[in-house]
Design a binder for this molecule. Structure first.
Ligand code: TGC
Ligand code: FAD
Length: 397
């Protein structure tokens, strides 16, 4: 790592954090410095996810921080979850992705919609990293429009038969279990837990990504997979099930993106103070100061946005549309900060010696997954006008 990490806190938001928030933040920051930073560039270049991160994240308490302790979580609040996501994404979006999926897309639905047996069976092992989970919603033909999914479960009396395919699934090739969304005989979306090893279930890897290279992505293919009835999540029916999981993950991403941006800003500020051209530090040039000042302004606005969102989430008042606004704003902010700060480093900015290019490429996935930039704008548009602009099909549903 070229420079020590001293993230900006221009509006003294630290004063709003509790001791518990600061303790967990410090533990995660130390882990990122110690365990992630020395290897992340090489992992991304080699297109591989160091598997040891899973156990280490479990030991750190990064899986299910808001899940109650009796199920292996840490019983913390949503601001603690956000703070953890910021620190992890400072390391790499791939690390935050792993924690987002495990926490918000696998533990959250099992905790919220699962039976007591499912909670006891899966949650403690997911919290410790003994089990890896993934979340299957997107399909080859249905990304932004998951309500049109083709994956089906058929009631066979004593079990269900699962058929279909999911695509672009974070961690599917390394996952032990998958929370899968499929339509039942009545056309209702149901959630179920598929276990690796079930006959007819495979999870091939998707290679050749230019983005999130340190994250494993793959498919989920189901060919007449026998799903025991006790693997159905009993507490939810309908598309709002997976969308509720997305609210939690999008919330974490809004916080996480701030970490990628502060890593870029911190690097560019220190580089610009050291690097001289025309006998002056490049930080003394107005054009470079503009980039730095604007980056800090946008980071500060994003920090304030997620802070307030966190307070609302703790109070149970954060709406899905508020979460969409924060996810959309903060990811775009981070992408712009990565692009602008990369330029401050000139040619050095394109190398793996500095983190900007890696963050920038990662953020191209982050701005697409968990709802594209466009989809989140349409969610805001629908919320403020009451008019759904998703297209004729959505309007008629
Ligand atoms: P629509 O008719 O609007 O809604 C269907 C039902 O769901 C309810 N609902 C929500 N409930 C909770 N939270 C939300 N955010 C909700 N949004 C809608 C709604 O009230 C309705 O309930 P009910 O009871 O009346 O049935 O649905 P639609 O089919 O028109 O679609 C709406 C749309 C486009 C906003 C939604 O489908 C969407 O968000 N699309 C984007 C898809 C997406 O985000 N996919 C993400 C896949 S997972 C992923 O990317 C993981 S990356 C992980 C990582 O590595 O970090
Ligand atoms: P499409 O839906 O085909 O959209 C293509 C373009 O059309 C976009 O620009 C979009 O904004 C635009 N568009 C679509 N509908 C409209 C509209 N109504 N109005 C205007 N414009 C529109 N999914 C999972 O289920 N689980 C995962 O773990 C997961 N991990 C992922 C990891 C990575 C690295 C990536 C890249 C994706 C992952 N996804 C995952 C999938 C992700 O959620 C989808 O890629 C995303 O929802 C967009 O779907 P799509 O790629 O099919 O794009």
């Amino acid at each position: 790592m070229p420079y020590p990490y001293t993230p900006p806190d221009y509006y003294l938001l630290d004063e709003l954090l509790s001791d518990e928030h600061k303790i967990i933040r410090s533990a995660v920051r130390d882990w990122v410095d110690r365990s992630v930073m020395p290897v992340i560039e090489e992992a991304a270049q080699n297109h591989e996810f160091p598997l040891r991160f899973i156990r280490e994240l479990g030991e750190l308490g990064a899986f299910g921080p808001f899940i109650p302790e009796k199920y292996g979580g840490a019983g913390m609040d949503h601001i603690a979850y956000g703070v953890i996501m910021t620190e992890l994404e400072r390391g790499d979006s791939a690390i935050r992705s792993a924690a987002s999926v495990q926490t918000s897309l696998v533990m959250y639905p099992i905790y919220t919609f699962g039976s007591e047996e499912q909670k006891r069976k899966y949650l403690p092992k997911l919290a410790s990293g003994e089990l890896i989970g993934c979340f299957g919603l997107t399909e080859p033909n249905h990304g932004s429009d998951p309500g049109s999914m083709e994956t089906r479960i058929r009631d066979m009396g004593d079990h269900y038969l699962l058929n279909g395919a999911k695509m672009w699934i974070t961690n599917s090739p390394i996952a032990d279990i998958a929370v899968v969304w499929a339509k039942d005989d009545d056309g209702k979306v149901r959630g179920l837990i598929a276990e690796k090893g079930m006959k007819g279930f495979s999870a091939p890897e998707t290679r050749n990504k230019w983005s999130l290279r340190a994250s494993v992505t793959g498919e989920l293919v189901f060919d007449n997979v026998k799903i025991p009835k006790e693997n159905i999540l009993p507490g939810i029916k309908g598309l709002k099930g997976p969308l509720m999981c997305l609210n939690s993950a999008r919330y974490g991403i809004a916080w996480g993106a701030v970490g990628a941006a502060t890593d870029c800003y911190n690097t560019a500020l220190q580089y610009s103070l050291e690097r001289k051209q025309f006998d002056q530090p490049i930080a003394s040039f107005q054009l470079q100061q503009k980039k730095l000042a604007e980056a800090l302004t946008e980071i500060t606005k994003a920090q304030l946005l997620v802070w307030r969102l966190g307070v609302l989430k703790n109070q149970g008042k954060a709406t899905p549309a508020q979460i969409s606004m924060a996810k959309r704003n903060n990811v775009e902010m981070a992408l712009k900060v990565a692009r602008e700060t990369r330029q401050i480093l000139g040619a050095m900015g394109i190398t793996g010696d500095f983190p900007m290019m890696r963050h920038m490429m990662n953020l191209e996935s982050v701005i697409t997954y968990e709802g594209t930039h466009d989809v989140h704008l349409l969610i805001t548009g629908a919320d403020i006008t009451g008019i759904n602009a998703f297209g004729i099909k959505a309007k008629n549903r």
